[in-house]
Design a protein around this ligand. Structure first.
Ligand code: BGC
Ligand code: CA
Length: 296
């Protein structure tokens, strides 16, 4: 375990570089527990990557659109949230199969972050390409592949996570600077009782994941770190400082599911940030909530 406690009782973890990349908007990481692989995307570079941390091998698959998130499915394909909707990606032959586009009528939007719940539904949200109009929404791709709109008036749909008991869903619309909580019903996938639980002051909150102790790990876009929060007390309890300003997301992986993989972006002025766009890892010693697979 690699941490020390500072004066304010905020634990400081140290991150190590695990994959140096020149990718532009490194994002949307997910972990395949069976294959021990990290999936990640370069949203603006229009690429899906498959990284094997044990062998230090990274494979790139070019796609034809912006790709916001890639998650594993039970059949072994990946499920992608792209500029023009949901697709399956066959990782052997790179073939894309279109599923549907709930935003056919919104060419100025693209999909951004997405994640599956414990029942194998896929939640993914959209944002305007100009990053300021509140034209985005959060959708659920149900297990029968129909879609449902979950939230409206979203500006930059980002991190999604669930408590270990799956009774709470956490959600980030980045410009609000907040993490909101909802009561969650895993039987129906319905959310209710929205309330703000955390306000981020250093940068804006971007991607997020949860751990087996019920704590949240939040990437700070513009804030040089990932922070760990107790959502019950609204208190920051740990921080992982990074040598990159725009920290985009994080997910637990590794053979024991206790390593936090952190993605960063090469955007804006990165002259003094040689590792912008790269992926880092922290051995936290805390088990994460696993990446759930889409049910198909
Ligand atoms: C989006 C970026 C955006 C950032 C900060 C990311 O998830 O892909 O386009 O600038 O969040 O809100
Ligand atoms: Ca994001």
């Amino acid at each position: 375990m690699n941490f020390k406690v500072n004066k304010e009782d905020v634990v400081n973890y140290k991150a190590e570089l695990i994959l140096k990349t020149d990718s532009i908007l490194t994002e949307g990481p997910s972990w395949d527990e069976d294959k021990k692989l990290l999936y990640w995307v370069d949203i603006e570079g229009k690429k899906v990557h498959i990284f094997d941390p044990q062998r230090s091998v990274d494979k790139e698959i070019k796609v034809d659109q912006y790709v916001g998130a890639a998650v594993p499915t039970r059949s072994g394909e990946l499920l992608l949230a792209m500029k023009n909707g949901f697709y399956f990606l066959n990782v052997e032959d790179s073939r894309l199969t279109f599923i549907c586009n709930p935003e056919n009528d919104k060419p100025y939007n693209r999909f951004n972050d997405g994640k599956c719940d414990c029942m194998g539904r896929f939640f993914a949200g959209t944002m305007s390409l100009n990053e300021t109009d509140p034209t985005g929404a959060l959708y659920c791709l149900e297990r029968d592949m129909t879609t449902r709109k979950v939230l409206e008036n979203v500006t930059i749909s980002n991190g999604i996570a669930w408590s270990p008991d799956n009774k709470t869903m956490y959600y980030i619309d980045s410009p609000t600077k907040r993490v909101d909580a909802f009561d969650y019903d895993p039987k129906t996938g319905n959310v209710s009782n929205r309330r703000a639980i955390i306000v981020i002051e250093e940068g804006v909150p971007d991607g997020m994941t949860s751990d087996s102790e019920g704590m949240l790990w939040i990437a700070h876009w513009g804030g040089w770190q990932v922070s760990r929060w107790d959502p019950y007390r609204g208190k920051k309890i740990a921080s992982v400082k990074l040598p990159v300003e725009k920290v985009s997301s994080c997910v637990f992986g590794g053979v024991d599911l206790d390593e936090l993989y952190i993605t960063t972006a090469r955007k804006g002025d990165v002259k003094n940030q040689p590792y912008a766009g790269s992926i880092f890892v922290v051995k936290t010693g805390i088990k994460g909530v696993p990446t759930y697979k889409y049910c198909r």
